[in-house]
Design a protein around this ligand. Structure first.
Ligand SMILES: NC(=O)c1ccc[n+]([C@@H]2O[C@H](COP(=O)([O-])OP(=O)(O)OC[C@H]3O[C@@H](n4cnc5c(N)ncnc54)[C@H](OP(=O)(O)O)[C@@H]3O)[C@@H](O)[C@H]2O)c1
Length: 155
């Protein structure tokens, strides 16, 4: 099963250079609760961004897959060079945690989407690729201040 999790603002903004454009404690807690100890997949840029944030502390996930076309490897991570092939063949429960490039490729394989809608216009330069959200139906929704935590299921 493949799940994608991300936060985006009214304009589908998700990033500013290689960091998040905002700081919402509630969203960070939500993200942690859904990914702690889990098998995650992320792109090389997102991995480097998270390492910058966690510094010497270990990333709080279980198994970590990192997608990259470059010939690099990261401690404690399983590198994925063929992202489509991986997503097609995996039988694991994998949570895709970014960024833009990896979300774009993973969308067609997604069973569940965990989207935090931020009811604001932030500044940044990385946007979630537009796609047809009507292929998914909302199965849970929870508004907290300017954040709306939604879960979608394909179908
Ligand atoms: N708002 C949120 O919830 C959220 C969450 C996560 C990340 N973000 C934001 O997203 C941005 C980063 O996104 P990004 O698109 O730059 O980077 P990314 O998705 O984290 O990483 C992309 C990596 O995937 C590699 N790649 C591309 N196609 C591939 C394939 N077919 N197989 C294997 N690897 C492949 C790329 O290789 P090449 O370098 O060779 O192209 C690159 O190294 C940042 O601004 C970050 O803050 C936001």
């Amino acid at each position: 099963m493949i799940s994608l999790i991300w936060a985006m603002d009214r304009n589908w903004l998700i990033g500013k250079d290689n960091i998040l454009p905002w700081h919402y404690k509630k969203d960070l807690i939500y993200f942690k609760n859904h990914t702690k100890g889990k098998t995650v997949l992320m792109g090389e840029m997102t991995y480097l961004s998270l390492k910058g944030y966690y510094k010497d502390r270990p990333l709080p996930f279980g198994k970590i897959y990192v997608a990259s076309l470059n010939n690099v490897s990261f401690d404690g991570c399983i590198m994925v060079n063929d992202l489509k092939g991986f997503l097609k063949e995996t039988t694991e429960d994998v949570i895709v945690i970014g960024g833009k490039t990896v979300y774009q490729i993973a969308l067609e394989y997604a069973d569940y989407l965990y989207i935090t809608w931020i009811d604001k216009d932030h500044e940044g330069n990385v946007f979630f690729p537009k796609f047809d959200l009507s292929m998914f139906k909302v199965i849970s929704e929870n508004q907290e201040d300017e954040l709306r935590f939604t879960v979608y299921e394909r179908g």
